[in-house]
Ligand binder design. Structure first.
Ligand code: 13P
Length: 255
């Protein structure tokens, strides 16, 4: 196991926060704070309407921009939806797929997550695929089964070549926005399970190269311990990514 072959990816998921003017303000503060910190990739996944502002402001910096969802059809009568080609043309490079809030509140299933993942790959976007168990599932001792199943279905019909472009985020649902973080050991255990699922399907070389993030109440005070784990290659950060100094501190922990 060689963690050094993988570059850490620290991604902020802003969720439904920040108008375009607030985006400009947050990024204007963040850009100088993270300048030259090239020990990890830095991504901000912003609301659709903030993409143009974020892409324009971060041009030529070490911050990359992503979206938070994508529809799986190329185009057509899907009122209110956004296609992968639209995101690409706006300058997005990443897209969050299958976040638990999409699964919980907007009826996303493992099957649609798979379709969205393939649509993102076809448009040359880097998907950040989210998987994670509910508290009840953890308490019943089926975390491994749930997360393995989510990962396997999401990766159906994804080639080994495409797999090397996928980032996976392990986000235990009970740790999201609750202030209750998984312990570093719990994060490591499930990230290792996910890597073994990837290895089973694509072989160890691909599995060793795949970035697997942890997400769920990651903050400056716990980031270093989580990121030190051999199978935890970065973070997907909600609340703390909305505060430039907190996000920077997490980026520092990943250097
Ligand atoms: P919090 O960091 O606010 O717990 O959110 C995590 C998350 O859902 C990132 O996608």
């Amino acid at each position: 196991m060689n963690k050094n072959v993988r570059k850490a990816v620290i991604a902020g998921n802003w969720k439904m926060n920040m108008t375009p003017s607030e985006t400009a303000k947050l990024l204007s503060g963040l850009i100088p704070m993270v300048k030259g910190k090239n020990g990890c990739d830095i991504v901000v996944c912003v609301p659709f309407v903030d993409l143009m502002t974020a892409v324009t402001l971060t041009a030529g910096t070490n911050i990359k921009v992503g979206a938070q969802n994508v529809h799986f059809e190329k185009k057509g009568a899907f009122t209110g939806e956004i296609s992968a080609d639209m995101l690409k043309e706006c300058g997005a490079e990443y897209v969050v797929i299958g976040h638990s809030e999409r699964r919980q509140y907007f009826g996303e299933t493992d099957a649609t997550v798979n379709l969205r993942l393939k649509a993102a790959l076809a448009a040359d976007l880097t998907p950040i695929l989210c998987v994670g168990e509910l508290l009840d599932e953890r308490d019943r001792g089926i975390t491994t089964e749930v997360v393995s199943m989510q990962t396997k279905i999401a990766l159906l019909d994804v080639s080994a070549e495409d797999m090397s472009k996928v980032i996976i985020a392990y986000e235990p649902v009970w740790a999201i926005g609750t202030g209750r973080t998984a312990t570093a050991e719990q994060a490591e255990e499930v990230c290792a399970v996910i890597r073994s699922v990837v290895a089973e399907k694509y072989g160890t070389e691909v599995a060793e190269s795949v970035t697997i993030q942890y997400g769920g109440s990651m903050k400056p005070s716990n980031a270093a311990e989580l990121l030190a784990k051999v199978n935890v290659d970065g973070g997907l950060i909600g609340g703390a990514s909305l505060v430039a100094s907190d996000f920077t501190a997490i980026i520092d922990a990943a250097q």
